[in-house]
Design a protein around this ligand. Structure first.
Ligand code: G1P
Length: 270
């Protein structure tokens, strides 16, 4: 089973910091943001993380490549703590596929279709960090309880902000679990069916990948993952796990990135 991390975006909201450096490589406390996401993927039932990269973001790949010379030099100098950190980053089980055109999240995910090989798969959006790595196992448990169906994480957001997210409609069926009836990407605030926003962690059935093969651009002119999730509901059940805002951190804007750094720094040193 694979965990897919789309990482081919431009990072426009962080310019000029992202002019020569991928957004995913920005520091969060002590490591690049994407390292948290890779570690989370590997802490789940996934055996490999697949980063959907763009060809000009090579520093992401360098980060996850072993660097024995640097490691040896650090050990010679007695800096074992840093040598261990370098070895750890270089040994994470990561592979790459490429998204050559920015056609949307659904398109990015489909770029990894050969990797998922007809199996269920996770999708982890890099804008969101889940440092305790507990969300994917909790989603897997919901899936296991419902015959292996797709499960997505949702988070309650202030009503006036729902138009920035995918939003679900459905009914609660257990503690923090909803059965989904439909999904809509970035609805106008007055048309949103709930305030439960798709949060950036997905456990998806292989049928979703098949539907992405024929998905067409919609909202924002992009091929939206949310549309294929809505389409798969014609054939399969899907559930949502309502996650606690304290368990996931948005790093998608400069403000939320700074706030996440502050909170995680305090947790580490508090
Ligand atoms: C994407 C998804 C959206 C989801 C959001 C979470 O949107 O399309 O459904 O709610 O991530 O961060 P984006 O933020 O890429 O516009």
């Amino acid at each position: 089973m694979k965990a897919l991390i789309p990482a081919a975006g431009l990072g426009s909201r962080f310019l000029p910091a992202t002019k020569a450096q991928p957004k995913e490589m920005l520091l969060v406390v002590d490591r690049p943001a994407i390292q948290y996401v890779v570690e989370e993927g590997l802490a789940s039932a996934a055996d490999e993380v697949v980063i959907i990269n763009s060809r000009d973001k090579k520093s992401i790949e360098e980060h996850f490549t072993p660097n024995p010379e640097l490691e040896a030099m650090l050990r010679e100098r007695g800096k074992d703590k840093y040598a261990d950190a370098v070895a750890h980053a270089g040994n994470l089980n990561v592979s790459y596929v490429y998204q050559d055109e920015p056609l949307g999240l659904g398109h990015a995910i489909y770029c990894a279709h050969e990797k998922t090989a007809g199996e269920p798969f996770y999708v982890l959006l890099g804008d969101v960090l889940v440092p305790d790595n507990k969300m994917l196992p909790a989603m897997q448990a919901v899936s296991d309880a419902h015959g292996g169906c797709s499960v997505i994480a949702v988070m309650p957001v202030p009503h006036e902000k729902v138009d920035r997210f995918g939003v679900i409609a459905g009914q609660p069926v257990g503690e923090n679990v909803w059965k989904i009836d439909s999904l809509v990407e970035k609805p106008p605030v007055d048309e949103a069916p709930t305030d439960l926003a798709v949060f950036g962690r997905y456990l998806l059935s292989p049928r979703v990948m098949e539907l992405l093969a024929d998905a067409k651009p919609t909202v924002g002119g992009e091929i939206q993952l949310t549309d294929s999730l809505d389409a798969v509901l014609q054939e399969e059940e899907m559930y949502a796990l309502v996650v606690d805002p304290a368990d996931g951190f948005d790093t998608g804007t400069v403000e939320s990135w700074l706030e996440t750094n502050n909170i995680l720094w305090q947790r580490r040193n508090g």
